[in-house]
Design a protein around this ligand. Structure first.
Ligand SMILES: [Cu+2]
Length: 147
């Protein structure tokens, strides 16, 4: 029984441990949009580049500085752009998915500080149990994008 527990633990460690450096998925230029004072909801963007052959699936994100994070997309409905929560974001093998203004994004609720210059710790969780920890800089929005 105890051998089984140890084996399971070893498998878990290998999934989240230093071996993660060989992961074919790269998070490129993550950033969180600066929010106006008093606003407690912020959006996060990045590119997820998958150089491997295996599909990767982002299923969740969390931060110690936000009460909750969701994966969102933007869709046009009745001529209006609306946000919708999605269960996951799939990155096919040898492809890049962009989380960017007007499209897919991360939503941070009750964020403590979203002032330019601050860095927000964010953990991304993938379907196969892999997790990546990021330190995401807050930047002022550029251009006239909404959300
Ligand atoms: Cu959103």
């Amino acid at each position: 029984m105890s051998r089984l527990v140890i084996l399971t633990l070893a498998l878990l460690l290998s999934a989240c441990g230093p071996g993660g450096g060989e992961r074919s998925l790269t998070v490129v230029e993550p950033w969180i949009r600066e929010t106006p004072p008093g606003s407690t909801v912020a959006a996060g963007y990045m590119r997820l580049r998958n150089e491997g052959r295996t599909q990767q699936v982002l299923i969740a994100a969390r931060s110690p500085e936000a009460s909750r994070m969701e994966l969102h997309t933007m869709r046009e409905e009745d001529g209006m752009m609306r946000m919708r929560q999605v269960d996951s974001i799939v990155i096919d093998g040898r492809s890049t998915v962009a989380l960017e203004p007007g499209g897919l994004h991360l939503m941070l609720f009750d964020i403590e500080t979203a002032e330019a210059g601050h860095r927000v710790p964010v953990t991304l969780s993938f379907e196969d149990g892999w997790e990546v920890e990021l330190s995401v800089p807050v930047r002022a929005a550029m251009g006239g994008h909404n959300h």
